[in-house]
Each structure stands twice: as C-alpha cells, then as structure tokens.
Design a protein around this ligand. Structure first.
Ligand code: GUN
Ligand code: ZN
Length: 433
C-alpha cells in the first residue's frame, strides 16, 4: 500500500500549531514561504524550511512544487458515495428529495457491478478534488459496503464507511430489519474494520427511517464495538424535526431519540445539526461528540444556517463535509467557500485559517484520526495535497496582489475547484488523476 521510498516535496507550507477557533486565527498557523516535507514509507518524517531539509537529506529525490501550497489531503467527514450519480437533482426539500431521487438511486447499488462502478467513480472524483479521506454512508445493501471498501483498499486511502440501516419509511428493497441491520453491520465490521487503512462506522440513517428496535440494536452493537465511529443525521430540516417529534412524542428533543438507544457518544458523528436546542448542544459538548457541517448541502436542500463558530465556542467538535449528493460539489474548496458564505449570513466571517483547519485537522479530529491524518506533521500518514494558488485567470489576478498567505489562499478557497489541485499524494505515493 505505502511506498518505502523517500521523497522531499518542496512548496509553500502552512502548518497549524493551535486550533484557530480557540487561538487567534492568523497566529494559529505557521507559514513557510519555501518549505519542505520529507516522506518515507508512507509517513511524513520531517517538516520545515526547504534549506534545512535539503541539507539534512542531500541524497533524497526532490519533487519541487514551486509556489504551490502544501496542505494535508482534505478530509470529508460526511458523504454518501452511492449518491454520486444523482448529485445536483433539482427542486426538492429533504424528505421529497430522498423519496424522489435518493432512494431509487441507492436501490441500484444492489447490483454489484453498478456498486463497483459508482465506488470507482466516487474515488476518482474525490481524489481529483484533493480529498484523501472520506467518512461515507453506503446503502442498506452490504454489496455497496463491499464495493466501497474494495475500491478504497485498492487505492490505499484511509476511508470509513458503514451500511446505512433503515427499517421503516423507506421503499421495499432498501428496508432491512432491526435484526438484519445488527447482523449485517456486525459481519461487515468484523470483516473490514482495521483492514489496511479502513474503518467501519455503525450507520443508522436517521431517526425517521429506524424503528426504536433498530436504534437499540445498533446502540447495542456500538457498545460491543466502542472502537468504531457511529454516524447519522441530526436536526437538518424543520419538517424532519417535526416528524421526529411525531414519531417520538416522549423524547426531549431529536438527540434524545439517539441518546435513549445508546447512540450518543464521543465517537458519534452527527451530520448537519443545524437547528439544535440548548440541551442538545450541551449534551454534544459534554460527551465530546462531533457535529458535521455540510454547507453546500444545507444551501442546496434549503436546510438552514449552521453556526460553526458558536458551536466551537460551546466546545462542540465540528467537522466539514460535502454531503454528496445533497451537497452540490465534490470540492472541499467549494465546501469551505459555502461555509464562509453561511458564516457571513449568520454574522461571523470565518478566517481562512479556520476554513482550512475545518477541512483538514478539524474533520480528522471529529473522526478521532488527527494522530494519523489531517496534519502535515512528523509521524502523520503522507496524505498531502499541493494547491495551485493561481489555477484560473480570475484567481491568479486576485492572488497576485496578496499581502500575505491568507490573502493569497482565500481566492482559491472562494473560487477554486479541481483545477487548483496540482498534485495529490496518498500514503506517500503520488496519485495520477
Ligand atoms: N437525512 C437522511 N438521509 C439523508 C441523506 O441521504 N442526505 C441528507 N442530506 N440528509 C439525509
Ligand atoms: Zn448525509
């Protein structure tokens, strides 16, 4: 999987020494105008000024990326790989969008050949956009999980996925049961969790599509496998929340429907989490759970304004995600731009340091993987992206007058896409896109 050969990558370097939501944002990062990263055996071994690393490692092959900015590969903390082919489907809000577009497409992935085709296409697209780790929902059919992990393993990427469990309010052909969700999830977990760079996430889709029995069965599985992540959706749209209240009139709030089934914990990832009540915020912070901001999706499906800075200030861990195919872009640059715009609508201008951190270390922390990915630091796995900060004429002319690295990178955050991805390395090996 990983290359044992050494390589010295040269370029501009931006590394974080603190969380930019708790430290003053610009001071949270160190910028090296001429930096270098030494990779060996799939890991980052040394990071610092190019002059020093060249002197310390004189015989190592050099890959000079010029003015490109070296960053950790992007980490997409909430995505639905089976929705790749139905991205940008018009005109519906969440529940109608699921019934009209999502469920019919997810059903198609029960064909192993189609599931393999979509998994391959998904990783082609995410890697071309500089995303080196995803946390994905599969479909309810184990076939789709097999396709995802098979493809991820062949490419050597660190990746997380789980069978999406739903035993009600979904069509025939996608519904499982409490028992089969438990059995299939357990079998997939035992087969794939910890294989190479792969991890299994226990995955109830969301409260409306899981009976109480199913939520409890998956809560029991999580208690038996606390090493796994658990991913689901929480408080995305107001109609959805009203439906959850109808289904669970006794629950204190939406989060309580998970909490009552032992589906609230530090390794829980709660996608969207837009319309949270006070108790929910306090509980998420208290248990150390993570919420995942899906800004292009929240705009596209019309879900609402996530309050990233306010939640971070309350001590809630926050990751960033594309949420394909509710999200409208594979690009974590475009996703950062949407996060910035949503911040503005809520009265907070997120600093470029905060946006870049969310798309890398923030997501990695939310996934409890920051010791391995999401940072360009000695000991981390060598998943790296080189960003061209002048990838289009419009971006180049704005970046040309930049006074510092933040002004230089912000046009790429706001206007960049896959054309800004000059090179991607996965486990130390360059990816050919
Ligand atoms: N809630 C439950 N399922 C989904 C999904 O597939 N996408 C989004 N955006 N929200 C969901
Ligand atoms: Zn989702």
């Amino acid at each position: 999987m990983s290359s044992v050969s050494q390589c010295l990558i040269l370029g501009q370097l931006l590394t974080f020494r603190a969380d930019p939501f708790t430290a003053t944002a610009p001071e949270s990062a160190v910028h090296e105008r001429r930096g270098a990263v030494l990779i060996e055996g799939g890991l980052i071994r040394d990071v610092g000024p190019a002059d020093r690393l060249r002197a310390d490692h004189p015989r190592v092959a050099v890959r000079d990326m010029g003015d490109a900015l070296l960053l950790p590969g992007f980490v997409d903390a909430h995505v639905h790989f089976p929705q790749t082919a139905m991205i940008a489907s018009w005109g519906k809000r969440l529940i109608d969008w699921l019934n009209t577009y999502t469920f019919p497409e997810e059903m198609r992935l029960s064909d192993p050949a189609y599931a393999a085709l979509i998994a391959g296409r998904f990783f082609d697209l995410t890697l071309a956009h500089g995303t080196t780790t995803v946390c994905s929902f599969a479909t309810s059919d184990p076939v789709s999980v097999e396709a995802f992990f098979g493809e991820a393993r062949a490419r050597g990427v660190r990746a997380v996925a789980g069978k999406t469990c739903m035993d009600r309010n979904a069509p025939d052909g996608l519904r499982d049961s409490a028992q089969s969700a438990y059995d299939d999830s357990k079998a997939l977990l035992e087969k794939w969790h910890g294989v190479d760079r792969l991890e299994y996430a226990i995955t109830p889709r969301f409260t409306p599509t899981s009976s109480r029995a199913q939520l409890h069965a998956l809560g029991a599985l999580w208690s038996e496998h606390p090493e796994c992540l658990m991913q689901t959706h929480l408080s995305e749209q107001v109609e959805e929340i009203a439906w959850v209240h109808d289904l669970h009139p006794q629950a204190r709030d939406y989060l309580d429907t998970y909490e009552a089934a032992d589906l609230l914990g530090a390794r829980g990832l709660y996608g969207h989490s837009i319309h949270l009540e006070e108790r929910e915020i306090a509980r998420l912070a208290e248990v150390g759970a993570a919420v995942v901001h899906c800004p292009t999706s929240n705009q596209f499906i019309g879900s609402g304004l996530f309050r990233a800075a306010a939640l971070r200030a309350r001590g809630v861990s926050v990751g960033l995600a594309s949420d394909i195919g509710g999200g409208s872009s594979f690009s974590m640059l475009r996703t950062m731009a949407a996060a910035y715009e949503i911040g503005q609508l809520g009265g907070t201008a997120l600093h470029p340091a905060q946006l870049l951190w969310l798309a890398t270390e923030g997501s990695a922390r939310a996934m409890h993987m920051a010791d391995r990915i999401g940072t360009v630091a000695p000991g981390s796995e060598a998943d790296i992206v080189a960003l061209d900060l002048a990838s289009t004429p419009a971006i180049a002319q704005r970046a040309a007058t930049a006074d510092d690295i933040w002004e230089a990178v912000f046009p790429t955050i706001m206007m960049g896409d896959d054309r800004a991805i000059a090179q991607v390395w996965v486990g130390g090996a360059p990816v050919t896109c």
